[in-house]
Design a protein around this ligand. Structure first.
Ligand SMILES: Cc1cc2nc3c(=O)[nH]c(=O)nc-3n(C[C@H](O)[C@H](O)[C@H](O)COP(=O)(O)O)c2cc1C
Length: 386
């Protein structure tokens, strides 16, 4: 088979080589997790912050100011914003540009959670073409030289697909690149991501890079997505939960033989090695928060992901998920049979996998995709998701 090498991904002035991106994940992709992934990737790739709401940012909410803190070694600094009001988005973007808070801004239009879509925010918003356009216009003009990208889903549901229109609007408004999660809001995280939509978007907006997202669980999957869709880069989310070393796999697969033909053996850490990463992750969180106990408590949500597939009894799993100090975490881990090798069952889907039955929307939302009504800022609740 002929070798096929992938071009570097360019996001404005930033060259991302190989073209692999850590998906923004609220509550997960904070500076410590990004650092961990970067350590495994040898500094290659792009690592996007968790979602920051524009209103909280312009109000300089204390927690938000902490969330936008980047490690000094992070380059480029990628921040994801979520907003529904063009003026507030514009203000937030200008603040980032003027105060040099980041090097790249990604806008989130993919959040499927009912409390956001109910108000017309998140993945409901691109249905209102004019509002989407107004937000993108404010963002791009406020950002100055900083590249602005957007991340979205295919649409609200199969009867209300928006990604092609949204992609065209993005190009017209000067957005630098688009990431598409190949699911509708109605699908939430259920079913499988539709990679053919990524290919269609690529054909539809040849002017700018298209990044594919959804169901990349291994470096093989990433390479396959690039080949099958012709996308310019991949965005990897849940596959990294409890597996930050996936970034090492991604980089070596893309780099081997200058392309996708020589996919390397995936990392298969023993439980001892996984335990070391767990302690490192919890330590970084504590340092970042400035409080060891709070760091370990924040780490609790990651425990089940790291231990997935290993023979660890349910009592021990529970115990490890309620630790409050590094010493307690270490002591618990030391009691495990650390010589276990990487379990086959740990590969494949992890994290959220459930579907959603119905997308809750404001009354009359679907009547007119082009009306110029705005969205209440209540749609900008501090919430997670994409
Ligand atoms: C816990 C969690 C939090 C997420 N938070 C965000 C977010 O803040 N912004 C966003 O654009 N997407 C968010 N997403 C969606 C992911 O970025 C990604 O689009 C989705 O998980 C599909 O990619 P995957 O199959 O590689 O996981 C989140 C996903 C998860 C599982």
């Amino acid at each position: 088979m002929p070798q096929q090498s992938f071009s570097p991904l360019t996001i404005g002035p930033h060259v991302v080589q190989p073209p692999v991106v850590l998906a923004p994940m609220a509550g997960i992709t904070n500076a410590p997790f990004r650092t961990l992934c970067r350590e495994f990737s040898g500094g290659k790739g792009l690592f996007v912050s968790e979602m920051i709401t524009t209103r909280a940012l312009v109000e300089r909410n204390e927690k938000t100011m902490q969330l936008i803190h980047f490690d000094e070694t992070e380059k480029p600094r990628s921040i994801q914003l979520y907003g529904v009001d063009p003026a507030t988005v514009g203000k937030a973007v200008r603040m980032i540009a003027e105060e040099d808070l980041a090097d790249h801004i990604d806008l989130n239009f993919g959040c499927p959670v009912p409390k956001v879509t109910r108000k017309g925010g998140g993945s409901a918003l691109p249905y209102k073409r004019n509002l989407l356009r107004a937000i993108l216009r404010e963002a791009v003009s406020g950002a100055g030289d900083l590249p602005v990208t957007m991340k979205m889903r295919k649409g609200i549901d199969d009867d209300h697909i928006t990604y092609l229109d949204a992609g065209r609007i993005a190009v017209e408004e000067g957005v630098t690149a688009i990431a598409l999660h190949g699911r509708t809001a109605a699908q939430h995280y259920g079913g499988t991501a539709d990679w053919s939509a990524i290919a269609r978007l690529k054909e539809h907006v040849p002017e700018i890079p298209v990044l594919g997202n959804g169901d990349i669980w291994s470096a093989d999957d990433a390479v396959r997505m690039m080949r099958e869709t012709g996308c310019d880069g991949v965005v990897v989310g849940r596959g990294c939960l409890g597996r930050p070393w996936l970034f090492g796999d991604l980089v070596s697969s893309f780099e081997s033989s200058g392309g996708p033909e020589g996919v390397q053996q995936p990392a298969a850490p023993s439980l001892r090695e996984v335990a070391e990463v767990m302690v490192r992750h919890a330590t970084l969180l504590g340092e970042w928060i400035g409080d060891e106990a709070r760091g370990v408590i924040d780490f609790r949500k990651h425990v089940a992901w790291y231990l997935k597939g290993f023979a660890v009894g349910s009592e021990m799993r529970k115990r490890l998920a309620i630790t409050s100090s590094l010493a307690e975490l270490r002591a618990g881990l030391d009691e495990l049979d650390l010589d276990q090798s990487w379990p086959v069952g740990a590969d494949g889907p992890r994290g959220r996998t459930s579907g959603n039955n119905r997308v809750v929307l404001p009354d009359g939302w679907l009547k007119d995709p082009y009306d110029c009504a705005g969205v209440s800022e209540e749609a900008e609740l501090d919430t997670s998701g994409g």
